[in-house]
Structures are given as C-alpha cells and as structure tokens.
Ligand binder design. Structure first.
Ligand SMILES: C[C@@H](C(=O)O)C(=O)SCCNC(=O)CCNC(=O)[C@H](O)C(C)(C)COP(=O)(O)OP(=O)(O)OC[C@H]1O[C@@H](n2cnc3c(N)ncnc32)[C@H](O)[C@@H]1OP(=O)(O)O
Ligand SMILES: [Co+2]
Length: 133
C-alpha cells in the first residue's frame, strides 16, 4: 500500500460542512461528485498529498445514513492508494482480511475502489483505491 489517499468523513449536510472545512483547511473544495452506486454525494479538499472526502447520504439505505444513525457524524474510513488493486485485494484476502466487494468498483475522483470489512481491521473501515489511467 502507498500513502493515505483520503480520509472519508460522514456529514449530515455537505453544504454546511463545506463551509466549515473550507475555514478549517484554508482551501475550498476542488470538486463535488455524486456516486449513486454508493448513495453518496462527496466533496474533496486537497491537503498536501492527501485529500479530505466529505460524504453526505443521498438515500436512507446509504452506508453514510446508517453510520450517522448509529455513530453520528465523524471519520468514516481511511483510503490508501494502491498501484495494482487486484493484486492488493488478493494479497489482503490471503492474509485473512474480509473484502466487501470481490470486484473493484468505480468510486469518486477517478478511482477504482475496494472496501475491507471493519470487523477484520480493528473496527476501521479501510478503502483501497487505484487511479484509473
Ligand atoms: C465514493 C467512495 C470513494 O471514496 O471513492 C466512498 O468512499 S463511498 C463510502 C460509502 N461506501 C461504503 O462505506 C461501502 C462499504 N461499506 C459497507 O459495505 C458497510 O457500510 C459496512 C462497513 C459493511 C457496514 O454496514 P452495516 O452498518 O449495514 O453493517 P452492520 O450493521 O453489519 O455493521 C457491522 C459493524 O460495522 C460497524 N461499522 C459500520 N460502518 C463502520 C465504519 N465506517 N467504520 C467502522 N465500523 C463501522 C457497525 O457499527 C457494526 O459494528 P457492531 O457489530 O460492533 O455494531
Ligand atoms: Co472514500
């Protein structure tokens, strides 16, 4: 695995949190993007090599809606950049980690992604992402 590509933060209101995080980080979001397959609307801030991804649910079944219902707003996942997502998925599976998707899926910001179940990763939801070339 390479660097932390982004940290995902679950928020109730993307517009309110965009204002808050713009003040906090001193930069505006560089993009807003919906990922309907995940039930999320995202916005991204660049902070050096890493990004902050704010996530708002777009439907009640969204993982973000369920997370906020259970735990409230806050850090939802950590995403690591990987060179070869399929090789990394195979390596992690053989190490006993539980993949939440067996085939890489399309994420936000031009990435192929895979999630690992938090019950196999000390309760931290981990995302792998590979840039689509
Ligand atoms: C756009 C894309 C991108 O960056 O490109 C994104 O990030 S999309 C980001 C949104 N998409 C995703 O998160 C996709 C992957 N996530 C999922 O498949 C799901 O959210 C799960 C992680 C499997 C959790 O689903 P759900 O809450 O329905 O399952 P569950 O009730 O069985 O929960 C199992 C246990 O996981 C815990 N749990 C749930 N979400 C968690 C999280 N984010 N971090 C740590 N623990 C978490 C629950 O509290 C529960 O713990 P207890 O058993 O102790 O009560
Ligand atoms: Co993410």
């Amino acid at each position: 695995m390479q660097h932390v590509e982004h940290i995902g933060i679950a928020v109730k209101s993307l517009s309110e949190s965009n204002t808050l995080f713009s003040k906090l980080l001193g930069v505006s979001p560089y993009k807003q993007e919906g990922v309907e397959s995940e039930g999320v609307l995202t916005s991204f801030f660049q902070t050096g090599q890493t990004k902050i991804e704010l996530l708002e649910a777009t439907n009640p079944d969204s993982p973000i809606a369920k997370f906020i219902e259970k735990k409230g707003e806050g850090i939802h996942h950590i995403a690591f950049e990987v060179e070869d997502i399929e090789a990394e998925m195979a390596r992690l599976k053989s190490e006993g980690f539980i993949l939440l998707n067996e085939v890489p899926k399309k994420g936000a910001d031009n990435k192929l992604v895979c999630f690992l179940h938090p019950k196999s990763t000390n309760s931290v939801l981990v995302e792998l992402c590979q840039t689509i070339k």
